[in-house]
Design a protein around this ligand. Structure first.
Ligand code: SF4
Ligand code: SF4
Length: 137
């Protein structure tokens, strides 16, 4: 496969509903706080938790992303780096099995403009730059 089509589908929240955590890259919290109209300290105390390997969004009481609404992402325009880059994550695009699982999950794959594989891999590099410790060899 040299290329595939992809366009995130309006109203879809399947990847947001998948189990997992939302990591915050440098700049994510500031951008989201600005979008919500709160100061950074308030944003951190309301939505962020610190772990040994970085900052994460605190899950909601139902163990979901705190910004996931039935209608979609409440911070769509300012969403975290990992959300903006999905499904172009190294752990997805670099193995055939992971990619196949994602094809089954994400209805946006197979629709929209053509994307060259090299372009997808290049976008995945942004994840490695944002989270270098997570992708150390
Ligand atoms: S699963 Fe795919 S189409 Fe649905 S919101 Fe996520 S990226 Fe978009
Ligand atoms: S921040 Fe938005 S895009 Fe990211 S997981 Fe939460 S609801 Fe989904």
């Amino acid at each position: 496969m040299q290329s595939f089509r992809f366009a995130c589908q309006p109203g879809c929240i399947r990847c947001c509903e998948s189990p997992g955590v939302v990591r915050l890259a440098p700049g994510d919290a500031q951008r989201m706080a600005h979008h919500l109209g709160v100061d950074l300290q308030t944003f951190h105390s309301s939505y962020v938790m610190q772990a040994a390997d970085g900052l994460f969004l605190q899950p909601s009481p139902s163990n979901r992303c705190p910004f996931l609404l039935p209608s979609g992402c409440a911070v769509h325009e300012a969403k975290p780096t990992q959300c903006r880059l999905y499904p172009f994550w190294p752990e997805i695009v670099e193995t055939r099995q992971s990619w196949q699982r994602t094809v089954e999950l994400c209805p946006g794959i197979g629709k929209g403009p053509l994307i060259q594989i090299a372009g997808a891999v290049s976008r995945a590099q942004e994840m490695k730059r944002a989270f270098p410790k997570s992708y150390e060899p």
